[in-house]
Design a protein around this ligand. Sequence first.
Ligand code: RUQ
Ligand code: CUA
Ligand code: CA
Length: 610
Amino acid sequence: MKTTKLLIFVTAAAIFAAGCNSDSTASKEKQARQNKSAAEQIYIPPGKLDDYYAILSGGQSGSVFVYGIPSCRFIKEIPIFEPRAGLGYANNPGSESYKRLAATGPLWGDTHHPVLSQTDGRYDGHWLWINDKANDRVAKIDLRTFEVAAIKLVPNLQGAHGLAAYLPSGKYVFVNGELESDPVGNSTDPEKYRSAIAFLDAQTLETKFEVSFVGNADIASSGKDGHYVFSTMYNTENAVSSEGMIERDRDAVGAIDVPLAEKALAEGKFTEINGVPVIESEKVPGVLTLISVPKNPHGCNVTPDGKYVLACGKLSPTVTIIDAHTLKVIAEPEVGLGPLHTTFDGRGNAYTSLFVDSQIVKWNIEKAIKGTPDYIVDRVDVHYNVGHTKAAGADTSYPSGDWLISLNKLSKGMFLPVGPAMPESQELIDISGEKMRVIAAFPSLPEPHDAVMIHRKVLEDYVVQTYEQQPAAVKIGEEKIVRNGNKVEVYMTCIRSKFVPEQFEVHQGDEVKLHITNVETVRDMSHGFALSRYGINVAIDPGQTSETTFVADKLGTYWYYCTWFCSALHLEMRGRMLVKPAGAELSDNIGPVSREAKAQSAAGKESSFE
Ligand code: RUQ
Ligand code: CUA
Ligand code: CA
């Protein structure tokens, strides 16, 4: 089973279930796809676009990774909880992105579960939320720019792990506290430990309320009708040792009745802890129902039709199928060893990752419920030890049933050896037919947990490639140096291939605040502002205004230069900060503004290389 069966070529036509018109274009497309080789399926020539964005959490990289599917090409990293100097993100202590991150906790994070916003049961392409398990934060990414729009700390819990959007309204995102603590008295006594599920305003990320309980909450999934949300709970023992956490034969899936919680809130049935209303589950009967499942469950996934919640057994070779409305366990089919997460194709099949078996198993949900012996449809080996798995659109009511990603924890010999620390391994699986086909494998930085795939068409008219002029933008001709005591503000523009001013003078010890606007109006014309020996790198994308503050503590001449190779005169795109001794006379002459630059900006020309 562990043999490297990387590419499986199945050219035989698959037989599709009755009910779909065999002449339909969809079915023809599917057929054409089945007849292609794996290499043909993933080959997207340069300049042609992929069908999907796959957004993978970055785990301990603190970011998310964007890949194109089916080509598996790496497109972008969005830094979130960790500074990224190359992208000008949170690297300068005087910058807004640094202040926003530092205000919420450490300059590092552990991202696990990317969640896309939905409208009417489909991804709408507006927002992406992601948790930081290590420091109990949630961030919101604006998919117009693929940049962080907000980060907030979630009070009263530790190990902010499972994250999901409350459906169908999407007014909350909710996050699970996996690690128990005592947020009231900061006690070290485990008897006082509790955990909580926090409901955040999906837009502001303010924690609106929490439901607390004894034990923990791991992975999250929302029902589709606004009634219950679900979480797996592996430490109902409330133990503090790994042995203690596996003492009971069964743990739980917790179901929170959200309307009932809101009612309790309105009736004042809560305790305010650290500014957040906390509903203690013991005091409001029905707010949290525990559904018994085999010990130490992990994945928690509501089916696209909203009928069932599936809890993966992890230590048990089963998936527990729970009725999402009555909360009754209706079946517990065996699927293989180490089931961790389940995803869906929208045709009634579930795909469960098997960590121990290193497999993805495809099984039919209704057959498993009826107990027909042929509920297992197919199995494929993956390389190796898969954690999460996600099919395109599987969190929505309408999965597309074409691609699935297997997010494997170990890569072993999959890629060129690069020392003892190896890349993570992802595999792309074609699930459009009856049998799964492993098509390709691609490496990534550590360590993607979960992923979401969103079709290019959803974002087509939404993603911007230049910023709109912000009110704080510096305009050409309005560059200036403003002094106020030992504070100096420099209002700067940049455009191929010039900074204006090309020099500014300050006294040693002055606090310098830079406002830099990239006045380019064409896409892909980013400039950077790197200041020698000051550790400053600011990224300024077309139309963007970036700011940073620092103290000019070293005397002498310090060149600033552009870090993006932007034109034939890129190397000449530089200027000087002149740091003079206290009391020296300073000039406010900003130097010449090139007429060419003005003209170029007005004409909106693309790169001079094109
Ligand atoms: S959890 S597999 Cu956040 Cu499953 Cu990683
Ligand atoms: Cu601007 Cu290089
Ligand atoms: Ca347990």
